[in-house]
Ligand binder design. Sequence first.
Ligand SMILES: CC(C)(COP(=O)(O)OP(=O)(O)OC[C@H]1O[C@@H](n2cnc3c(N)ncnc32)[C@H](O)[C@@H]1OP(=O)(O)O)[C@@H](O)C(=O)NCCC(=O)NCCS
Length: 364
Amino acid sequence: MALRRIRIERIGSREAFNQFARLPYSIYAGRDAWWPPDIQNEIDLLSGRARIAAHLDLSPFAAFSDDRMVARVSAVVNYRYNEHWNEKLGQLIHFEAMPNEADAVAAMFDEALTWLARRGMNAARSGFAAFLDYPYAIDNYGELPSFLLRGNPDYYHSYLKNARFETEKGQVDYTAPLTPDLQERYRRMVEAAEAAGVAIRSWRDYGFLAAIDAWTNVTNGAFIRHWGWNPISHEEVRPMLAPLQSTLVADLSMIAEIDRSPVGAVFSTPDLSGSLAMIRAGVKLAPERAGARGALINIGVLEPARSRGVARAMAAQSYLAMARNYMRFAGYTLVLDDNWPSRRTAESLGARVTGNFVTYRRSL
Ligand SMILES: CC(C)(COP(=O)(O)OP(=O)(O)OC[C@H]1O[C@@H](n2cnc3c(N)ncnc32)[C@H](O)[C@@H]1OP(=O)(O)O)[C@@H](O)C(=O)NCCC(=O)NCCS
């Protein structure tokens, strides 16, 4: 067998960014259904133009085999994360690779990890970085994942473990069927919270722009010690969420108040597969995967208001709004295996685990 010529490049040109951002097409485009990348968004991040880039030192690497791009990864130092946790953790985001390219992938990881070590990092994580990356799927291979989540091929795990990564955290994705029985249960949850003095309003009723700011404050407070999280600013969240004002997000997302002060927030989306996923003509996916699946993406309750049914009631209200808008299933997306308050919340909504994921880490 002829030896392939492997080359690792730290990329920097606009054309290379474009090729980097498009690599997923070579890996996933043969599937019946997948979520294609937002190319412009990714190029903005790679070229340092995205707002979040101000907090990052980021270097994209690509592996070429006989001049064909076969793998990519970006090494990132997230200064805001490291300050918040007082760590020296580097991140490997954007990882994608073709099959049967073990040598090229190993060489690429070497370069990226060396880049992190040279910047003083003593560990590297791959699979979760707030607003930058999502964990690796360990089941449902080949199927359309929930919105935002990875549907990576199974062989990614061997690439990562051969690069000496260990599983750092497990994460789960839940699905609830929005049956009449469960909807009845949700109504009772909302009533119980209201009777206890909790007011829950959709972002539309609350005022969408005010709700964005309330969400940012509640999320920063609720997630302050949540693994993987770093604080975020109003300046970056406002332009990210404001364009969603006229969409169903405004009806499905919730703010909870006690004594007129926001104590809880939920961000939910409708089924976006029709507008954002690539689904091969003629392919009919199960309704819990596409077409009738709303998604609760984020939920947080400030510490003093916890264990009083606020999360349960906000999620219940969001799911009732999904049901009114013809969704038959609801996701409860991405919970750490050991986050029992959140898992209990999902379970009390009648949701069951339908997808499993991992985040990797190795020392440097
Ligand atoms: C997860 C979180 C939103 C739950 O909020 P909450 O308002 O306290 O939850 P609720 O009072 O509605 O309780 C919901 C369920 O969780 C259970 N629960 C709440 N706190 C718990 C705790 N500390 N340990 C175990 N179970 C707990 C409740 O008993 C209830 O289950 P049940 O219906 O079977 O009794 C809140 O703890 C939080 O903001 N955590 C930090 C951010 C976070 O982890 N968000 C979720 C990311 S996936």
